[in-house]
Design a protein around this ligand. Structure first.
Ligand SMILES: [Fe+2]
Length: 204
């Protein structure tokens, strides 16, 4: 059986370019992301090499590999959304994105406030702003670790890493200061483009 190798993407262009994000913090974060890529490849290789895929809900090697892979696999995807929605460019949300923001949060300022409050709800995990294909709306969700409470049919638009490794090197336990730095570096053009790519409903 063949299996595809996941390749890590290069986000080194962010080094020295994000106000409020030290190079050492970013380098460690890239290293952590690379570790998840490696784990995904290891698990996929092990699945491909299984000579006998025996199913069992209590325990089997196949079940362990299938269930464990969600953690590194989502870890890769979430980090890629996160790094690529950061930029030093000063950008604005598109009209379409503002339409959805106003619909759900009433104003852009209230949206930003909601983002901060959602971030306070996290343990070791993430906040995502996603486009819900079933409900035709955008919404915030909190994902613990990388794979708990993941909303189905929701395409990430903006992804915020709130694991402590994403800020403690620069900010200690001052999560609020990290959130301000993150918000100042959001690439709204990228977030708007993601919405454009997934929203095909008439309302859009
Ligand atoms: Fe992270």
């Amino acid at each position: 059986m063949t299996h595809q190798i996941v390749e890590a993407k290069d986000y080194s262009y962010l080094l020295g370019n994000l106000e409020g994000f030290g190079d050492e913090l970013l380098k460690q974060h890239f290293e952590l992301y690379n570790g998840y890529v490696k784990s995904v490849n290891e698990i996929n290789t092990k699945i491909a090499q299984l000579t006998q895929k025996k199913g069992n809900p209590s325990y089997s090697e196949y079940r362990s590999l299938l269930s464990f892979k969600a953690f590194p696999q989502n870890g890769v995807v979430l980090h890629e959304f996160y790094f690529s929605n950061l930029s030093s460019k000063k950008t604005q949300p598109s009209e379409k994105l503002l339409h959805f923001i106003n619909q759900e949060f009433n104003s852009f300022d209230k949206y930003i406030n909601d983002l901060k409050e959602a971030a306070k709800c996290t343990r070791s995990g993430w906040v995502i702003l996603s486009y819900d294909e079933r409900q035709i709306k955008i919404q915030h969700s909190v994902i613990d670790l990388h794979d708990e409470h993941v909303p189905l049919l929701n395409i990430p638009l903006l992804v915020l890493d709130v694991w402590e490794h994403s800020y403690t090197l620069d900010y200690g336990i001052n999560k609020a200061a990290y959130l301000d730095a993150f918000i100042n570096n959001i690439d709204w053009e990228q977030v708007s483009k993601r919405l454009e790519n997934v929203c095909t409903h008439d309302i859009c």
